[in-house]
Design a protein around this ligand. Structure first.
Ligand SMILES: NC(=O)c1ccc[n+]([C@@H]2O[C@H](COP(=O)([O-])OP(=O)(O)OC[C@H]3O[C@@H](n4cnc5c(N)ncnc54)[C@H](OP(=O)(O)O)[C@@H]3O)[C@@H](O)[C@H]2O)c1
Length: 328
């Protein structure tokens, strides 16, 4: 027996209009799988890279890497999960759908006091922050950090996480409104990097010392200049490319600018196995339960309005986390 579902498919790369709603018959879950009815689908910048072709996928392809929902059917050889369980997952392509089948191994149960909308708004972005500030570079209260696009989805979670550690946080933002929001969440200094020279501003703020680590999800427009914000032996972490791919960097540049470190990490690697998934997601849920992170969740979009949601994200109109509601 199959279930009638709808999902987004791209048949070629391009703008938001390339996302097509299609009807499918979803087969029963295979051994080791469950069927989920999605409640909320997390919108992440990586979805736009998949759609545009910046990160190539074999076509045709589904889209979306994160969602929350409830289990409606269970395949053979699955233990520890029941019909009706509230679950969420990340880094499994194909979340832009009303329902899906997925390996039970990729699921995390949502704690009782976390809403499904909160899980979809925080898991991928929060797990990214967890590995960036706790495992890739262990930020401490003695550190000064520059975090680009601080009012974005990853940015607002990072801002609060870093402040809970006690680090000094310098953020960049594309508008006065975004800067105000970041300050509300504890950011110590916000630089309006569209009109201010962020290298000079960081130099002023740190009295010429520079920062210990730069977290850069913006890429092309900021990476090279960001190297000039670092202390000797500082760490440049390029974890995204919302302005476009970062240009090649000569290792000699890192030597000349003070024996700098440079890394280009992904959640795919830092969340590769089940232990990482359980550790990282529980750190995120704990941070929310302990009120160390308050989520800014935009629920203005239905899944059927995904074309508009992508357009708004890419034109820098959004702040915080966006979750799309499954309206089917
Ligand atoms: N490597 C990983 O493991 C990993 C995991 C998750 C996310 N990421 C990356 O983290 C970054 C943030 O993701 P997110 O989903 O939270 O997105 P987001 O930060 O909510 O949105 C992207 C932001 O980038 C800024 N931006 C600067 N130049 C831009 C341009 N030319 N076009 C569009 N936006 C521009 C905008 O903020 P302003 O207007 O304030 O400049 C925009 O709001 C992305 O680069 C994403 O790929 C990486």
């Amino acid at each position: 027996m199959s279930t009638q579902i709808k999902k987004i498919q791209i048949e070629e790369n391009g703008g938001p209009e390339k996302m097509l709603w299609k009807n499918f018959d979803l087969p029963d879950p295979e051994a080791g799988q469950v069927t989920i009815k999605h409640s909320y689908i997390g919108l992440n910048y990586i979805d736009t890279y998949h759609r545009s072709g910046l990160y190539p996928l074999p076509l045709p392809s589904g889209l979306g890497m994160e969602a929350s929902g409830q289990i409606i059917s269970i395949g053979n050889s699955v233990s520890g999960l029941n019909i009706g369980d509230r679950i969420s997952y990340v880094m499994e392509l194909g979340s832009y759908a009303t329902h899906r089948n997925i390996s039970a191994e990729r699921l995390v149960k949502i704690p009782n006091n976390i809403k499904e909308s909160e899980a979809a708004a925080s898991m991928l972005k929060g797990m990214t922050v967890e590995y960036l500030v706790e495992r890739l570079f262990k930020v401490s209260q003695s550190h000064t950090v520059l975090f680009h696009a601080i009012a974005g989805g990853v940015g607002l979670i990072a801002c609060q996480w870093l402040k809970s550690i006690g680090a000094f946080v310098i953020g960049t933002a594309g508008s006065e409104e975004k800067a105000e929001l970041a300050k509300k969440y504890g950011c110590d200094e916000v630089i309006l990097y569209k009109k201010e020279n962020f290298v000079e501003k960081v130099n002023d703020i740190t009295k010429g010392k520079g920062v210990d680590v730069v977290y850069d999800g913006v890429g092309k427009d900021t990476v090279i200049k960001g190297l000039d914000c670092l202390k000797p032996r500082g760490m440049m972490v390029v974890f995204g490319n919302s302005s476009g791919n970062c240009p090649p960097i000569d290792p000699g540049t890192l030597a000349a600018k003070g024996s700098l470190y440079f890394t280009r990490p992904t959640l795919m690697t830092y969340g590769a196995n089940r232990d990482d998934l359980l550790h990282s997601s529980s750190r995120v849920f704990n941070m929310i339960e302990e009120n160390k992170i308050n989520l800014t969740i935009n629920t203005d979009y239905k899944l059927s309005e995904v074309v508009k949601a992508h357009g708004d994200l890419e034109s820098r109109k959004t702040v915080g986390s966006i979750v799309m509601i499954n309206d089917y």
